[in-house]
Design a protein around this ligand. Structure first.
Ligand SMILES: C[S@@+](CC[C@H](N)C(=O)[O-])C[C@H]1O[C@@H](n2cnc3c(N)ncnc32)[C@H](O)[C@@H]1O
Length: 250
């Protein structure tokens, strides 16, 4: 499986016009002086109560969106897997959603959850501009309020991208909530596993979970496969340990 994935994701350097379209949107955001009123459920919020603040669209594009490299990995992974049901936790302004949707193709149904209503609206506009909004439903609200319904609506999960609420206990809880909806070939992708010691510990628990048979840590993104056909648990790190100054947490 590692070889198939590596061939499809790491070695494939084909360029798709979608990459240009999505990066043109990012460029537009980076060059605007627009600011937005956002509801932030991130590290500064507590008890699920969002912090309201103004933030520039430039910041959202720069700091809170998947990078072009991550985007291409998401695209190629989705293109390789051809998932029919995708769940994303943390839409942001829709960059990762766009890469996943474009890679998965028209047959996929995508639900993306976003706490901040303004970000959710911006993401919707972006997906409309890219002409890929038809298969995507963006749902606004705290994951604690939206996840359960999203799981019921999808029924089963082929690919889940965890990219919001970067807190260890919460990440594990969302992962465990998704598990009953997973199947032999479900792929879980995590961003920001080196965001904090807590997130790194959560990733280690997830990759050691009995349902996870195979995992890849690319530093940028982490991939956990649940394929029970893999009898011996395997973990691959694509980033040498001496590149990891945070290794004291591990
Ligand atoms: C890193 S951004 C998502 C980036 C996007 N996935 C991409 O690939 O471009 C994380 C998003 O998660 C949202 N978020 C964080 N905690 C949340 C929570 N508990 N419930 C709902 N949304 C949350 C934030 O509002 C933020 O927009």
């Amino acid at each position: 499986m590692i070889f198939e994935w590596a061939r499809a994701v790491l070695e494939d350097d084909r360029h798709y016009y979608f990459f240009d379209d999505i990066e043109a949107l990012r460029k537009q955001m980076l060059s605007t002086s627009l600011t937005l009123e956002v509801e932030d459920y991130g590290a500064n919020s507590s008890n699920g109560i969002p912090v309201r603040r103004r933030v520039s669209l430039r910041q959202l594009a720069k700091r809170s969106s998947s990078s072009p490299v991550q985007g291409r990995w998401l695209f190629r992974t989705a293109q390789w897997m051809r998932p029919k049901r995708i769940l994303e936790l943390g839409t942001g302004v829709g960059i990762g959603t766009a890469y996943l949707t474009a890679g998965a193709g028209k047959q996929a149904k995508i639900i993306s959850l976003e706490g901040c209503p303004t970000c959710a609206r911006v993401a919707e506009v972006h997906l409309n501009m890219l002409h890929i909004s038809e298969s995507v439903s963006i749902r606004s609200g705290h994951f604690a309020q939206t996840l359960s319904r999203a799981l019921q609506d999808l029924g089963s999960l082929d690919l889940v991208f965890f990219d919001g609420h970067h807190e260890g206990t919460a990440t594990i809880a969302y992962f465990e909530q998704c598990l009953p909806f997973s199947h032999a070939n479900t792929l879980f992708i995590f961003d920001d596993i080196y965001w904090s010691a807590d997130m790194t510990a959560a990733w280690q628990r997830i990759r050691n979970h009995p349902r996870i048979r195979f995992s890849i840590d690319s530093f940028d993104l982490a991939f956990a496969f649940s394929d029970p056909a893999i009898r011996e648990k395997q973990h691959f790190s694509l980033c040498p340990i001496h590149w990891k100054p945070w290794r004291q947490w591990m």
